[in-house]
Write a protein that binds this ligand. Structure first.
Ligand code: 13P
Length: 248
C-alpha cells in the first residue's frame, strides 16, 4: 500500500474540555482498533482542548483547525504556529470551507499558512471544494485547479501535505457526494499534482469529506484515489468514530 489510510475528525466548534477528556480516555481503544486495520487516526479539536487531548493521548494525530501564518504580532484573537508547536501539535487544517465562507480566507491566505506550516515541520491538511453554484455550473475542476495551484504555490515537498476534497454542498447537509464524483475530483487533484511533482503525487494522501458516515465511508475507501476521510458530525461520538474505523 503506497499510502496509509487516514481518518481525521474535525470537531469544529464542538466539545468542551470535559467532553474532550471523556473522548481522550476512550481514544486508546480507537487507536488499538485503527492500528489493527493499519489506519492513522486523528482529530482537530478547538484550540482550548488541544492541550487536554495531548496530555491524555498524544498518540492520536492532533491538529489545530486554523493557524496564523506569522510567528507573532498584533493580531488579536489569532494563534501562531510556534505556540502550537510548543504544545506538541503537529498538524493543522488550512482553508476549511467554513473558514473561507465565514472568515474570508482566500487561496492566497491559505498559501501563506501552508508554507509557514511546512517551514515549521508541521503537516498542513489543505481543504478544497466547490460551492453548490459552482457545482451546478459545471466549473468544479476549474475551481479546484485554482485552489490547488494558488494554495500550494511554492511548496517543494508535496509529500508533506495532506489534501481534503470537501464539496461545500455536501458539508453538514447529509448530501454526500457520490463515490464517482469524489473519485473523479480526487483523481483530478492527483493528476494536477503529478504534472507538477511527478511520482511524489502518488505519495500524497487525499481525503474526501462531506457528510461521511459509518454507513457510507466504505464506498469512498474502495476508490483508488481516496485515501481516507475528513469527518465532521460523525466523528464527535466515540461510538460513531469507532464505526467509521471499523467500516473503512
Ligand atoms: P460533516 O461530516 O459534518 O458533513 O462535515 C464535514 C467537514 O466539514 C469536515 O471538515
Amino acid at each position: 500500500m503506497l499510502r496509509k489510510k487516514l481518518l481525521v475528525g474535525n470537531w469544529k466548534m464542538n466539545k468542551t474540555m470535559a467532553e474532550t477528556t471523556a473522548f481522550g480516555h476512550a481514544s486508546f481503544e480507537l487507536l488499538r482498533q485503527a492500528k489493527e486495520k493499519h489506519i492513522d487516526i486523528g482529530v482537530t479539536p478547538p484550540y482550548l482542548s488541544l492541550q487536554t487531548l495531548l496530555n491524555i493521548n498524544p498518540k492520536l494525530i492532533i491538529g489545530a483547525q486554523n493557524v496564523h501564518h506569522l510567528p507573532k504580532g498584533a493580531y488579536t484573537g489569532e494563534v501562531s504556529i510556534p505556540m502550537l508547536k510548543e504544545l506538541g501539535v503537529s498538524w493543522s487544517l488550512v482553508g476549511h470551507s467554513e473558514r473561507r465562507t465565514y472568515f474570508n480566507e482566500t487561496d492566497e491566505s491559505c498559501n501563506l499558512k501552508v508554507l509557514a506550516l511546512l517551514e515549521a515541520g508541521m503537516t498542513p491538511l489543505y481543504c478544497v471544494g466547490e460551492t453548490l453554484t459552482e457545482f451546478e455550473k459545471g466549473v468544479t475542476k476549474k475551481v479546484i485547479k485554482k485552489q490547488i495551484d494558488v494554495g500550494l504555490k511554492g511548496v517543494k515537498d508535496v509529500k508533506e501535505v495532506v489534501i481534503a476534497y470537501e464539496p461545500v454542498w455536501s458539508i453538514g447537509t447529509g448530501k454526500n457526494a457520490s463515490k464517482e464524483i469524489a473519485e473523479d475530483i480526487c483523481g483530478y487533484i492527483r493528476g494536477l499534482l503529478e504534472k507538477k511533482y511527478g511520482a511524489d503525487a502518488h505519495l500524497v494522501r487525499i481525503l474526501y469529506g462531506g457528510s461521511v458516515k459509518p454507513n457510507n465511508i466504505k464506498e469512498y475507501m474502495d476508490m483508488p484515489n481516496i485515501d481516507g476521510a475528513l469527518v465532521g458530525g460523525a466523528s464527535l461520538s466515540v461510538e460513531s468514530y469507532a464505526e467509521l474505523i471499523e467500516n473503512m
